[in-house]
Ligand binder design. Structure first.
Ligand SMILES: N[C@@H](CCC(=O)N[C@@H](CS)C(=O)NCC(=O)O)C(=O)O
Length: 197
């Protein structure tokens, strides 16, 4: 299998963080040069019509996009069902709830901040300070929710005593924005948790 990714991409880092924690899973990583627009070219679009990373090439030569789908596939394939679904129906639903929230809500505000900061700079444009401030405030409001969840949690992770799909969908994306957007996390519990990914 091959993982098409970019090292600065939060979505790619969701999958890469899982692979870093599971070195027994051997997957070749292929760097897609987003800064050169490689992902919008015909060769890459033939693999992924969405023109985005991450993308997983399966053993049969077919492709899978969407970080959540890739993570679920790898967790199921490598018999890490405990990372996907564990406990009662309600506990499993809670895990799904946070994974979805990470993809849809936190993912949205982080991508807006990245676009206004690191991505603009990469394209030789100047970030708009008022927009950066507004995007950062939005991200911080979302991080506060995670901070409360972590403080209320009995373990070190969001939904269990070990990392699950919910953690992999959220923490690596925050870490990537620290690098790309210079995001500073003002909550201790979130900082400690993110440092594990
Ligand atoms: N929901 C998708 C989002 C994929 C995505 O937007 N990837 C970004 C990098 S984090 C990308 O490829 N952006 C390039 C572009 O949109 O041109 C996922 O979680 O995989």
């Amino acid at each position: 299998m091959k993982l098409y990714m970019h090292p600065m991409s939060g979505c790619s880092n969701r999958v890469m963080s899982f692979l870093d924690h599971h070195p027994e899973i051997e997957i070749e990583r292929v760097h897609v040069a987003l800064e050169k627009g490689e992902h919008k070219g015909p060769e890459y679009r033939a693999k992924n019509p969405m023109g985005r990373v991450p993308l997983l090439e399966l053993d049969d030569g077919s492709y899978l996009f969407e970080s959540a789908a890739i993570l679920k596939y790898l967790m199921a394939r490598y018999a890490r069902q405990d990372l996907l679904a564990e406990g009662t129906l309600e506990e499993r639903a809670r895990l799904d709830q946070w994974a979805t929230w990470g993809l849809v809500h936190l993912g949205f505000v982080l991508s807006r901040l990245n676009a206004e900061t690191g991505l603009k700079k990469m394209m030789g444009q100047e970030p708009d300070p008022a927009k950066v401030e507004a995007c950062t405030a939005d991200v911080i409001a979302h991080l506060e929710i995670i901070n409360e969840l972590l403080n209320a949690s009995e373990g070190d992770y969001l939904c269990a005593e070990h990392p699950t799909l919910a953690d992999y969908m959220i923490a690596p994306n925050i870490k990537a924005s620290s690098r790309l957007a210079g995001l500073e996390v003002p909550f201790e519990a979130v900082q400690t948790w993110v440092s594990k990914f």
